[in-house]
Design a protein around this ligand. Structure first.
Ligand SMILES: [Zn+2]
Ligand SMILES: [Zn+2]
Length: 290
């Protein structure tokens, strides 16, 4: 069995950007209700707030000062802090893999601007932290949220040690893989219109590229706005997320020592997140409960 960490702070549930991240608290509480924290290999680590120095590794001082004036400052700090804690614990080997439950998005955050419920690059900030501590250099980011990860793509555009595989509609109508590739480490692929098609797309596009790239850690942005009751593609049921988790975890186990961090801001209604989140933890920790 794998040692799995869940990173969450109550601020992320209580102060979530709730018009998008509507299922945060229900998602976390469902892990508890399902009794998964009583398993010896599943541990809740209360997320600590990120420091301004950590955030300044990717964002401008002006943007940090701007976010500080908003109601999303505290929840942003705890969301990024959860990612930084998870990155450090997975790369030092204290745990094998992790789930980070954030109260805000992150993939639309650029160096000095952001949109769509994003303020700072939550996954993006894990990378300079790992590098600053000499814990890793090469990373893969798999993004299955509905929308194009314009912020992450912008921040890592010229970094060939970051493989970015984004499922989105940025190149809709273009199905030739070469035409959907911005460079040999930056790709976009279309979403599926059903659970089977979405999972099939990930099976086709992700494991082979991870195998070839050889990252030290995979970050998976498990966007849930693809759920049929959310505001994105509205194509998937709650069963899709544990299905995607299985493929991506298997890929991490085969090609990067199992090192995997799943980030979600639970951007689907509570009934969907409270079904999917415990099943993702079950998959990560190899509990076999469901
Ligand atoms: Zn989205
Ligand atoms: Zn994209």
């Amino acid at each position: 069995m794998k040692r799995t960490g869940v990173f969450y702070h109550d601020v992320c549930g209580k102060e979530a950007y709730s018009s998008l991240a509507m299922g945060v608290e229900a998602g976390f509480q469902s892990i508890r209700k399902e009794g998964l924290f009583s398993q010896p290999n599943v541990t809740w680590f209360e997320s600590e707030p990120a420091t301004e120095e950590q955030i300044a590794r990717l964002h401008s001082r002006e943007w940090i000062d701007h976010v500080k004036q908003t109601q999303w400052w505290r929840v942003s700090l705890y969301s990024v802090g959860g990612m930084i804690g998870a990155t450090e614990k997975v790369l030092t080997g204290e745990i094998d893999n992790a789930l980070v439950i954030a109260g805000v998005g992150g993939h639309h955050a650029h160096r000095d601007s952001a949109w769509g419920g994003c303020y700072f690059s939550v996954i993006g900030l894990g990378i300079p932290h790992a590098r600053a501590k000499s814990l890793g250099k090469r990373f893969a980011i798999v993004d299955t949220d509905t929308h194009h990860a314009d912020g992450v793509r912008d921040l890592y555009q010229n970094d060939e040690d970051v493989l970015h595989i984004c499922f989105c509609d940025a190149f809709s109508g273009i199905y030739n893989a070469d035409d959907r590739m911005e460079s040999k480490t930056k790709f976009c692929f279309p979403h599926g219109s059903s659970d089977e098609e979405e999972i099939g797309n990930v099976v086709r596009e992700v494991p082979g590229r991870i195998k070839e790239f050889k990252p030290e850690l995979i970050f998976w942005l498990c966007g849930m706005d693809t759920h049929q009751d959310s505001y994105g593609t509205a194509a998937l049921t709650e069963n899709a997320y544990p299905g995607l988790a299985k493929i991506i975890k298997q890929t991490a186990d085969e090609y990067c020592g199992g090192r995997l961090i799943v980030k979600t801001c639970c951007n689907a209604p509570p009934h969907a997140t409270s079904y999917a989140i415990p099943r993702i933890v079950d998959c990560l920790a190899e509990l076999g409960k469901y």
